[in-house]
Design a binder for this molecule. Structure first.
Ligand code: HEC
Ligand code: HEC
Ligand code: HEC
Ligand code: HEC
Ligand code: HEC
Ligand code: HEC
Length: 364
């Protein structure tokens, strides 16, 4: 681990500083499996044989560990991998304390921003209909071609210019470690920090906030649209339809249309959003500070807060249908599923209504 940190400081930091000096608005690339933290032997083995660790001690463990000191029992595998994709990633990303746990329940105690993937076994409460299902072969709803879902379709195994090493034509840009109040607002994501080993600080939902540097589109929605083609696009287009002055949309907008901007309260309501003490994440425009603490802040329609995919869904999924976030406006406890207000029935009807009532008064 210490060895990693040194490599990271020596190789990556000067490179990214140089980059930032030229392009101050551009965020960094992903944090691990990229640059100096792309440790080939985390994932590859040259001979599928290793008698001792990188230090002298032996034998090498069959238990996954960062830094390459592990070799599973089954192999060799295509592309010299320690295990096939998905199995390889899950070796470290399911049930371990040294890396984020992304499948089913969390082995680490914090509320994951991305939530939980499920798999084709679909063990309750993470059945296949509650978010992205690893190894499932399907056409993405709203999409065109059939795929079998793996980590590699959404994350670049060798790192990328994007937040979380995401794939996609347009990078999701971010900064890390900046004070929230003086953050760079011309990137898509504010990440509180990234310090290897501090999983809540790096990945909890409360360690991430979103900006909308381009007022007419969002990089996060563009990423999702890469597969769910028909679910996002410009106002007035085939996907979303509608009109910025009068509404009348065909599908829910995911960019461009701000809360309360259309005849405030008649369509969506900024006063309604302000009223919550527990609020879903939205994107702030490039001049507004929002949610320094989630639930704080009183905004006007002109402040330009905008919902997008992550306002309603966990990117990986959760224990709700469609990976939806059923967050009441005054939830006693915020979980990956959202959270009910005191006294509410814990069912889908109430949960979905809670989500809509974050921004709409129509439910009265
Ligand atoms: C986080 C895991 C991971 C790490 C770390 C990693 N690789 Fe890979 N690599 C993969 C996976 C997975 C594939 C196969 C992808 C596929 O099935 O298409 C791959 C494929 C490759 C290939 C085949 C061509 C290609 O790009 O698909 C080469 C060459 C390669 N890796 C070299 C490296 C080198 C060199 C390093 C270190 C600098 C490295 N890898 C680090 C996961 C990793
Ligand atoms: C040998 C263990 C290991 C394997 C195998 C592994 N990872 Fe990781 N991964 C880690 C560690 C360690 C971190 C950093 C944890 C931290 O923040 O302290 C990490 C972080 C990540 C991150 C977050 C990066 C960021 O910028 O925030 C992503 C995304 C990720 N891994 C995806 C993958 C994918 C996809 C695969 C399979 C191709 C994979 N990992 C395989 C150990 C592993
Ligand atoms: C690489 C393609 C791909 C990308 C990118 C992608 N999805 Fe999906 N998505 C799929 C596929 C395939 C399915 C259907 C299989 C399944 O449910 O896992 C699906 C299903 C879903 C479902 C329904 C889940 C269920 O259980 O009914 C939701 C919700 C969803 N995606 C949201 C998103 C969001 C939000 C994003 C962006 C963070 C996104 N998707 C990005 C491929 C993708
Ligand atoms: C359908 C696309 C998709 C698939 C499939 C997917 N991820 Fe992710 N993942 C994302 C997105 C998008 C984010 C960022 C979500 C956010 O910040 O709102 C993310 C976040 C993460 C993180 C950061 C942890 C967190 O809670 O934010 C890790 C680690 C990660 N993914 C690893 C994996 C691994 C390992 C796999 C396969 C076992 C995988 N992902 C499969 C889209 C995907
Ligand atoms: C305002 C909340 C909201 C936003 C924003 C939102 N969704 Fe959804 N999503 C839902 C609800 C509710 C459903 C359940 C099905 C329905 O009502 O259409 C759903 C269902 C889905 C499904 C499953 C569709 C199916 O055929 O089973 C996918 C895929 C999906 N959303 C992707 C996305 C993507 C991608 C984005 C951003 C581009 C997004 N959603 C933005 C609320 C939202
Ligand atoms: C984070 C805020 C937010 C959440 C949560 C949200 N919406 Fe919206 N909704 C908006 C915004 C912003 C618009 C577009 C501008 C407008 O119509 O005021 C919109 C538009 C709509 C429209 C179209 C209005 C028209 O004029 O055509 C409907 C219908 C709608 N939402 C229903 C829902 C439902 C149902 C849910 C719950 C699943 C939901 N919304 C959740 C903010 C939100």
């Amino acid at each position: 681990m210490a060895r990693h940190k040194k490599l990271f400081l020596v190789l990556v930091l000067p490179a990214s500083l140089g980059f930032l000096a030229i392009l101050p608005w551009a965020g960094s690339s992903g944090e691990y499996h990229v640059g100096g933290t792309l440790v080939c032997y985390d994932c590859h083995t040259i001979h599928f044989s290793q008698a001792h660790q990188w230090g002298s001690s032996n034998p090498v463990s069959t238990l996954p560990a960062p830094g390459g000191n592990w070799l599973p029992t089954s192999g060799p595998n295509t592309h010299l991998l320690k295990a096939p994709p998905n199995t390889l990633c899950l070796a470290c990303h399911d049930g371990q304390n040294f890396a984020p746990d992304v499948l089913g329940p969390n082995a680490n105690s914090y509320v994951r921003q991305a939530g939980a993937l499920n798999d084709t076994v679909g063990t309750a409460p993470y059945e296949t209909w509650k978010g992205h299902t690893l190894d499932m072969t399907a056409t993405p709803p709203g999409g065109v071609s059939t795929i079998t879902l793996t980590c590699l379709q959404c994350h670049n195994k060798h790192g990328s210019a994007s937040y979380r090493n995401l794939t996609g034509a347009i990078p999701v840009t971010y900064t890390k470690g900046e004070q929230y109040a003086s953050r760079t607002k011309t990137v898509d994501v504010w990440l509180k920090q990234w310090n290897q080993g501090d999983l809540p600080g790096n990945y909890a939902y409360d360690s991430v906030r979103f900006n909308e540097p381009n007022p007419i589109n969002g990089a996060y929605a563009d990423f999702c649209q890469g597969c769910h083609v028909a679910f996002h696009g410009p106002v007035g287009g085939n996907a979303i339809g509608g009109n910025l002055g009068t509404g009348g949309f065909l599908r829910h907008p995911n960019a461009q249309v701000n809360i309360g901007a259309i005849n405030d309260g008649a369509h969506s309501s900024i006063a309604q959003y302000n009223a919550g003490t527990t609020r879903v994440h939205v994107m702030s425009n490039s001049s507004t500070d929002y949610l320094a603490n989630p639930g704080n802040g009183t905004f006007t329609a002109g402040d330009g807060l905008t919902p997008t995919c992550f306002s309603c869904h966990k990117a990986h999924g959760n224990a709700n249908p469609f990976g939806l976030i059923f967050l009441g406006q005054n939830a006693a406890v915020v979980t990956e599923e959202g959270g009910y207000n005191a006294g509410q029935t814990h069912d889908v009807g109430t949960g979905l209504r809670n989500l809509c009532v974050q921004c709409h008064t129509q439910a009265n």
